[in-house]
Unconditional design. Structure first.
Length: 164
């Protein structure tokens, strides 16, 4: 089933030859499109390997890999707009945990998914690695959300062993 030009008309970044990069945090960059498969409960995973933000105290850069997984509701995030949105954190000063929660909240507001999780693997600075994880779900997926949090806590131990 192909999408019509009308369905794609609200996507401003995808397919355009000139890309505008925003250097300050801007959730307005995010774009979504309709889920044509609402009858299926499936997972979308997006991995961003070049996330950069600034320490709000020192102004020094922090680097991370950001992993986003969600069970779509009626809308999905358009990946190029997500890339530009994540890029907009480049000059934004916030703690790691704040960035991850902000990303989750912005994507929740954009898509209203059934479930979403955001996980950050930040490059150690000052000898400390930080791996924030946040999730949110609709009322029908609360049990799944709790299970994923426990799985995350278990998986962090594996992550620690592989990165040390």
């Amino acid at each position: 089933m192909s999408r019509t030009k009308e369905e794609l008309s609200n996507l401003k970044n995808l397919g355009h030859h000139v890309t505008s990069y925003i250097f300050d945090y801007d959730p307005g960059i995010l774009e979504a499109f309709d889920n044509q498969h609402c009858e299926n409960e499936y997972v979308v995973t997006l991995d961003a390997y070049e996330f950069t933000t600034l320490c709000p105290m020192t102004g020094q850069p922090d680097f991370a890999k950001i992993f986003i997984s969600y069970i779509p509701g009626k809308r999905l995030v358009e990946s190029k707009s997500l890339k530009l949105y994540l890029f907009s954190f480049r000059n934004h000063g916030d703690f790691h945990e704040d960035c991850i929660n902000t990303i989750l909240n912005d994507l929740w507001n954009l898509m209203e998914p059934k479930y979403i999780e955001v996980f950050g693997v930040f490059t150690p600075r000052g000898g400390i690695a930080i791996y924030p994880f946040v999730s949110r779900s609709d009322s029908e997926h609360k049990e799944f959300e709790e299970k994923r949090k426990l799985e995350y806590l278990s998986s962090v131990h594996t992550l620690r062993r592989t990165t040390s």
